[in-house]
Design a binder for this molecule. Structure first.
Ligand SMILES: Nc1ncnc2c1ncn2[C@@H]1O[C@H](COP(=O)(O)OP(=O)(O)OP(=O)(O)O)[C@@H](O)[C@H]1O
Ligand SMILES: [Mg+2]
Length: 279
């Protein structure tokens, strides 16, 4: 099982689009794939018009519910885990609180714990791992079930980002053809270095995916591609071309494969081959 976090701290660069279409491309290539939505926007569930399941990512992380009960099948060999929407935003606060509670010595914490119990937050006493490692721990039972897990991250850099990086073998950074998107990729690189050192991990940026590639804007695209190649060398993958079908796809609840859109299928099949070739 390979876990890949799809991250860029810049918004709207194509993270969710890449997660969904790459996920479907991997599934069609015979790989059992799971997309985990780590964004309060709940885009992935809405995209696939998936049922609101009892168990969400929020409940998995803060209440210790089983990951397998949170998976929803959306296509052959393709499952998703929904984010839990707005609740997910409370995760950093709740998990940090949980770790704090567990750090307190029992007699000193008695009053505090009584208050938390009254608020039905007693589960905070049972957190067994430091907050950044909780996603990794809750996904571990899925080893052997999936070939790939893609974690679609939100643009805001919070504990949720750190959790996604800690849970992943590799990081994929979509970069749109804009300078600020390159800046976002550099911020991701710095954040990963910090996490790697702190948690003694080998996770690193493995793929930089140029998105919104538009040959009509050839000068801008060439400049961005040159900068990306200078910064990331062979980690830069084939570009995902600007494509009206990709922007329409979510409103129809479809992927480019459902729509048999040749351009989109070519781009994501090539990206999937690149990911699989990296195994
Ligand atoms: N290659 C493309 N061509 C045309 N439109 C695209 C392309 N990639 C993404 N889009 C559209 O651009 C918008 C932003 O894409 P997406 O939601 O994937 O970005 P994101 O990085 O996940 O955003 P956020 O940071 O809000 O999570 C969406 O409306 C999407 O349909
Ligand atoms: Mg998104």
């Amino acid at each position: 099982m390979r876990t890949i976090a799809v991250v860029n701290s810049k918004g709207g660069v194509g993270k969710s689009t890449v997660s969904v279409h790459l996920g479907h491309a991997l599934a069609l290539a015979g790989k059992k794939t799971l997309i985990v939505d780590m964004d309060m926007q709940d885009n992935i569930r809405i995209w696939f018009n998936a049922e609101e399941k009892r168990t969400t990512l929020f409940e998995m992380m803060v209440e210790g519910k089983k990951a397998i009960d949170a998976t929803v099948n959306v296509r052959e060999r393709l499952d998703i885990i929904a984010s839990g929407g707005d609740n997910l935003g409370a995760v950093p606060f709740l998990l940090n609180l949980g770790n704090l509670v567990n750090d307190l010595s029992r007699p000193d914490a008695a009053d505090f714990k009584r208050i938390l119990s009254r608020l039905s937050l007693q589960w905070l006493f049972d957190l067994k791992a430091p907050a950044p490692e909780i996603l990794k721990k809750s996904l571990r039972p899925l080893t052997g079930i999936y070939d790939y897990i893609l974690i679609d991250c939100s643009p805001s850099r919070t504990l949720l980002h750190t959790m996604a990086v800690v849970a992943s073998d590799h990081v994929m950074v979509p970069v749109s053809m804009e300078w600020l998107s390159i800046v976002g990729s550099a911020q991701v690189g710095n954040a990963i270095s910090d996490v790697r050192e702190k948690y003694n991990l080998s996770t690193d940026i493995a793929f930089v995916v140029p998105t919104f590639f538009d040959k009509r804007r050839s000068r801008v695209c060439q400049e961005v591609m040159e900068d990306l190649t200078k910064m990331y060398g062979k980690k830069v993958t084939n570009p995902i071309r600007i494509n009206g079908r990709l922007s329409e796809a979510p409103s129809w609840g479809k992927t480019v494969f459902d729509l048999a859109d040749r351009r989109g299928m070519e781009d994501f099949e090539e990206l999937a081959r690149r990911v699989i070739g990296n195994e």
